[in-house]
Design a protein around this ligand. Structure first.
Ligand SMILES: Nc1ncnc2c1ncn2[C@@H]1O[C@H](COP(=O)(O)OP(=O)(O)OP(=O)(O)O)[C@@H](O)[C@H]1O
Length: 238
């Protein structure tokens, strides 16, 4: 499976939001994008997903995703947006089916992967915030794409469901290129293989969770965190 190579800049009007952001994401390595509010994380994912059109190149192997027709792009990239309240009263199954329009993926399998198969006939408007988050992930899975982008996939989930999503990402990274924006530093530092820190739309730092220092966290978030290490895990406490 090819790597995803991103080299882009993006402006809203005259305001530069992403400034020469470059990185490579690979199958087998869960890439977490972290950084303070407003640093450009969601904008970056939207550019890769094709919702926004950046300058530069987004290459999946030899294919430049910028300029690809939406349906062609959807065969390669799926996108789990930040969760908001659903606007239409689809059933869970109908909602996940929307993901199959480009490539006709497996809806049942997607529902099973996120533990929502038993709720397939419920209206998505009746799901809890966390269940809706899982339905968004299932919709992207049903797309059957090689690259999956997720914007804060654990933000509405309790610790049990967050762990399920993390386990799912760890499984999926073996068969897809996974890029996830994560607000939860504890999840990023303990489960990601690679970290990209954004600040003011630039890459402040990139490397492995083992190599990230308190200084980088301070430079990024302007806070001196307490970092506890125990049982091979790290906890970042504000
Ligand atoms: N539609 C828009 N028009 C103009 N500016 C925008 C628009 N959407 C986002 N921005 C600006 O772009 C910047 C980056 O926003 P973005 O949502 O990418 O940040 P983020 O790192 O994902 O933030 P958060 O962690 O709060 O979700 C912010 O300053 C934001 O105000």
């Amino acid at each position: 499976m090819p790597d995803l190579n991103v080299h882009i800049s993006f402006s809203y009007g005259k305001r530069k939001i992403l400034d020469n952001v470059s990185f490579t994401a690979k199958k087998g390595k869960l890439l977490a994008i972290i950084g303070p509010n407003g640093s450009g994380k969601s904008t970056l994912l939207k550019c890769i997903a094709g919702i926004l059109r950046p300058e530069g190149e987004i290459k999946y192997g030899d294919i430049n995703l910028i300029g690809l027709r939406p349906k062609e792009r959807a065969k390669i990239v799926s996108y789990v947006p930040q969760s908001s309240f659903p606007e239409f009263a689809f059933t869970v199954e109908e909602f996940v089916e929307l993901g199959t329009y480009a490539s006709g993926g497996d809806v049942e399998e997607a529902l099973r992967s996120v533990g929502l198969l038993e709720k397939k006939n419920e209206l998505i408007t009746n799901l809890s915030g966390g269940e809706y988050q899982l339905a968004l992930i299932a919709r992207a899975l049903a797309q059957g794409s090689d690259v999956m982008l997720l914007d804060e996939p654990t933000s509405h989930l309790d610790i049990n469901h967050a762990k399920e999503v993390v386990d799912l990402l760890l499984k999926l990274k073996e068969e897809k290129v996974i890029v996830a924006v994560l607000h939860d530093l504890n999840i990023a530092l303990n489960y990601a293989d690679e970290i990209l820190v954004l600040k003011y739309g630039r890459v402040l730092w990139r490397g492995t969770p083992e190599d990230i220092s308190e200084k980088v966290i301070w430079e990024s978030y302007n806070v001196v965190p307490k970092v506890i290490r125990a049982n091979g895990m790290k906890a970042v406490i504000p």
